[in-house]
Design a protein around this ligand. Structure first.
Ligand SMILES: [Zn+2]
Ligand SMILES: [Zn+2]
Length: 155
């Protein structure tokens, strides 16, 4: 594993509250400035940094990640106190991946957005209901029953 000097990555046991607070500090932003930049309510920032919430909705997560200059997955990783790699292993090509098998490392790389083999946009959530994929051992989405693997003939 490559550990780089600059610490925009969540550190193991840091947790979401400390992580967001630390990055905000590194960028010298006030809570108000961050809330403005991220397009989310300052109350939400206070809640996150106060450790009152670990769950961010898509809009908050996307806004916050953009404002802090990090991939949204880092926020997930921080909330779960795991390394970002654990989160990103849940990315795959809906066309090439065989459900039940370990996804190719080319897909799980944090920087990968498209399949190296066919160019399809990689997914980490259900095509149908948009719920995050919690386990690639499942072949079907536990929330809506959709098949994780996309049928080639339909799109
Ligand atoms: Zn593919
Ligand atoms: Zn679903």
């Amino acid at each position: 594993m490559i550990v780089t000097e600059h610490s925009t990555r969540p550190l193991g046991e840091e947790g979401l509250a400390n992580y967001v607070q630390r990055l905000r500090g590194q960028l010298s932003l006030t809570q108000k400035e961050l809330s403005f930049k991220a397009g989310i309510h300052i109350q939400t920032i206070r809640k996150i940094e106060g450790g009152q919430t670990n769950r961010l909705n898509q809009k908050a997560k996307g806004g916050l990640a953009a404002a802090l200059g990090i991939p949204p997955e880092y926020l997930d990783a921080a909330a779960k106190k795991v390394s970002p790699e654990t989160i990103t292993t849940l990315k795959f090509c809906p066309k090439c991946w065989t459900p039940g098998t370990t996804p190719d490392q080319m897909w799980t790389d944090l920087r990968s957005k498209y399949c190296f083999a066919c160019g399809t946009a990689l997914r980490n959530r259900c095509v149908s209901c948009n719920e995050p994929i919690m386990s690639l051992k499942f072949k079907f989405c536990p929330y809506c029953g959709a098949n994780y693997k996309q049928n080639q003939t339909t799109s």
